[in-house]
Design a protein around this ligand. Structure first.
Ligand code: CO
Length: 193
């Protein structure tokens, strides 16, 4: 398992809800936390590790020594939004790029945890921002899709570099073609449908 970078097509995949949690899924989640800590991130969505599942992991401290800060949210849905706030965001799939994004300031999150318990959480601050960023991932949306036109111009150059790198990696055979990626995602999805 590894973190895929923009513009990998799995980052545009819209994940379907999970129907069950099994041992293999627990293993995926553990690996996702490890990769997230390694990359010093605070959140990671399944499609960022090339998996078509509607889940993400979060540790706002990005600290493996604070496992009590670890959250896994399955089939997450925002059920209410209040206010608007601007804050800087980055993404492990677009490493090194940071930009301001406007989002609702407070949200209510409905989701399930790995024990199958339903959660309804009122969130604000960084937690609210991170959860919205990660749910966007599950819908194939990246924070660069939510920039103001002027900010978008500021990051265009950097994004073109990522696109060039992706093309080179494909040419070297390090990344399968679009149809092979889509085929694999659909097979993995059917395993848990
Ligand atoms: Co991200």
């Amino acid at each position: 398992m590894k973190i895929v970078h923009y513009p990998h097509p799995t980052l545009r995949h819209i994940s379907k809800p999970l129907k069950r949690v099994d041992k293999e899924l627990h293993g995926y989640v553990r690996e996702m936390f490890d990769l997230m800590y390694e990359a010093r991130g605070i959140g990671l969505a399944a499609n960022q590790v090339d998996l078509p599942y509607r889940l993400f992991v979060i540790n706002l401290e990005s600290d493996p020594d604070q496992p009590e800060q670890e959250h896994v949210f399955l089939n997450p849905v925002i059920t209410s939004r209040k206010g608007m706030a601007e804050g800087e965001e980055g993404c492990l799939s677009i490493p090194g790029l940071y930009a301001n994004v406007k989002r609702p300031e407070r949200v209510t999150l409905n989701a399930y945890n790995m024990s199958g318990e339903e959660l309804n959480l009122e969130l604000d601050g960084l937690f609210a921002r991170a959860v919205q960023h990660e749910i966007d991932h599950l819908d194939g949306v990246l924070f660069i899709d939510r920039l103001s036109p002027t900010t978008e111009m500021d990051v265009r150059e950097a994004l073109l570099d990522f696109e060039d790198q992706f093309v080179s990696q494909r040419e070297r055979g390090e990344i399968p073609d679009d149809s092979a990626i889509a085929q694999r995602l659909s097979e993995l999805e059917q395993l848990r449908a």
